[in-house]
Design a protein around this ligand. Structure first.
Ligand code: SAH
Ligand code: SF4
Ligand code: F3S
Length: 461
């Protein structure tokens, strides 16, 4: 079936007779973003593309002529939230039938034209590699009433030449590569984001220099698997070193690394440059070799632990975080206990913890989702509680020590307090002392809980 021409729009001119005035109000764009940091970075790219084409970005949905929802497919819940949101957006469309509603991102790529045929409110569907087509598909929709769909994945698109529109602030995301070739058996990302491809080193370095000039203080380099970064003969360590040298006033972080190919060179590069954060996010997923094998993670617990040992010996003050999935297919109580064991052994500063959610197309979709919901939830709770204890223990060890904190703003809980972050990505609260967002303050930690450090600024003499 032709996915276009499902619903006719009344051309704007016929309503007002004044196309120019209509164009004005028709150029306000509101983007709502779900999912991982890559999606948030992509929204800034979308804003960049649309800004260049004369659209104004608004943060007020009531004001907008175009609503785009940048979506995530990683777990069923992520999709359910967006589908629920679409029912609310229907109300906006009822009030303003000319409102353009688009689904972009991973759900667009996964569900394609179904979003248009099954959800009457949706006018546009664009996958993550098709954002350059947004302006023309919107024009076409307005001119002819044809709904637009563009969901091809690209082997080359990196949006290297697009200037993202970011909100002013302290922290910025910077995409360095797109896609993933790992095909972990539980994961939908290789299907929604396509094949791995890297931005040229020069483009990334130029952008990070600009971010420093614009007043950002903390930049996270993004990719699903940054260790696979390649630009001519340069690998990810070379890129990090180039960024560290080119933007000495920035704290630089990255996410995510895959344990299979995190190199010694990378750890040594982080050690060598003061402005590369001593913080590594290294998803383990499970502490059982049997489950890791079924997950197609391509490493063993022994290999993972040997990387952890190298990290800890070369970067003694490193902060570590991870991702864990509970209740993957066939996971036994013994496998689950091995996951708790590895958490105790590594002592992560933080963790992102999830219940396994089967995803269509993935290899694990063919396997039986045989851990019942109750067991998955109970195991997840045990993982969460253990992590809370470990985070608290690790944070308590910081009491009495001094850290450089970059101030981000007034604390959400009290206007008498400021909050900021350490190099290790820990949130710190200190009394208001005249420091402004972006200032670097030396702080002595006085107390800590599992989520936050509290301290006092050390006067500079
Ligand atoms: N590229 C990153 C992860 C991206 S997805 C990496 O490999 O580390 C972020 C996390 O979501 C994953 O690390 C995993 O823990 C979780 N996840 C992915 N697919 C999932 C699924 N089907 N069910 C539950 N959690 C999942
Ligand atoms: Fe998904 Fe694995 Fe790729 Fe991460 S490395 S995005 S978990 S397939
Ligand atoms: Fe979700 Fe897509 Fe990111 S599936 S986690 S938004 S890459």
């Amino acid at each position: 079936m032709d996915e276009r021409v499902l619903e006719k729009y009344i051309p704007m001119e016929s309503l007002t007779g004044e196309p120019a005035a209509e164009a004005e109000t028709g150029r306000k764009l509101y983007v709502e973003t779900y999912g991982c940091q890559m999606n948030f970075a992509d929204t800034e790219i979308v804003n960049g593309i649309m800004g260049k084409n004369g659209y104004d970005i608004t943060e007020n949905i009531d004001d907008s002529a175009i609503i785009l929802i940048n979506t995530c497919s990683i777990r069923e819940m992520a999709e359910a939230r967006v589908l629920q949101r679409l029912t609310e957006i229907k109300k906006y469309k009822k009030k303003n039938p000319k409102l353009v509603v688009g689904i972009i991102g991973c759900m667009a790529e996964r569900l394609k034209r179904d979003l248009i045929t099954k959800k009457g409110v949706v006018d546009l569907v664009l996958g993550p590699d098709e954002y350059r087509k947004l302006p023309s598909l919107i024009d076409n929709l307005i001119d002819t009433g044809e709904k637009g769909i563009a969901v091809k994945l690209s082997r080359v698109e990196t949006y290297d030449d697009i200037l993202p529109i970011r909100k002013e602030g302290i922290s910025a995301w910077l995409s360095i590569m797109r896609g993933c070739d790992k095909f972990c058996s539980f994961c939908v990302v290789p299907y929604t984001r396509g094949r791995e491809r890297s931005r040229p080193l020069e483009g990334v370095v130029n952008e990070i220099v600009k971010l420093e000039q614009e007043g950002f203080r903390d930049v996270t380099l993004l990719g699903q698997n940054v260790n696979s970064y390649r630009s001519e003969s340069h690998d990810f360590s070379d890129l990090l070193a180039s960024c560290a040298i080119a933007a000495p006033g920035l704290r630089i972080r990255f996410t995510t690394s895959h344990p299979q190919d995190l190199s010694l060179k990378l750890i040594e590069t982080i050690a060598k440059h003061d402005n590369l954060c001593k913080y590594i996010h290294l998803p383990v997923q499970s502490g059982s070799d049997r489950v890791l094998e079924l997950m197609k993670r391509s490493y063993t617990v022994e290999h993972y632990m040997s990387i952890m040992q190298s990290i800890k010996s070369i970067l003694p003050d490193v902060s570590l975080s991870t991702d864990i999935i509970s209740g993957f297919c066939t996971e036994t109580e013994e496998d689950h206990k091995m996951t708790l064991d590895i958490m105790r052994e590594v002592k992560y500063d933080g963790a992102y913890m999830f219940k396994y959610s089967p995803r269509e197309k993935t290899k694990a979709w063919q396997m039986e989702d045989d851990v019942d919901e109750e067991t998955k939830t109970r195991r997840l709770m045990e993982i969460v509680e253990l992590q809370r204890d470990i985070s608290e223990e690790k944070n308590r060890q910081t009491v009495g020590r001094e850290y450089e904190v970059i101030i981000e703003g007034i604390s959400k809980k009290s206007d008498k307090m400021l909050f900021g972050r350490t190099d290790g990505n820990k949130t710190v609260i200190i009394p208001v002392n005249g420091a402004k967002p972006g200032d670097r303050v030396m702080v002595k930690v006085t107390k800590a809980n599992s989520a936050t450090l509290f301290g006092e600024a050390i006067p500079v003499n």
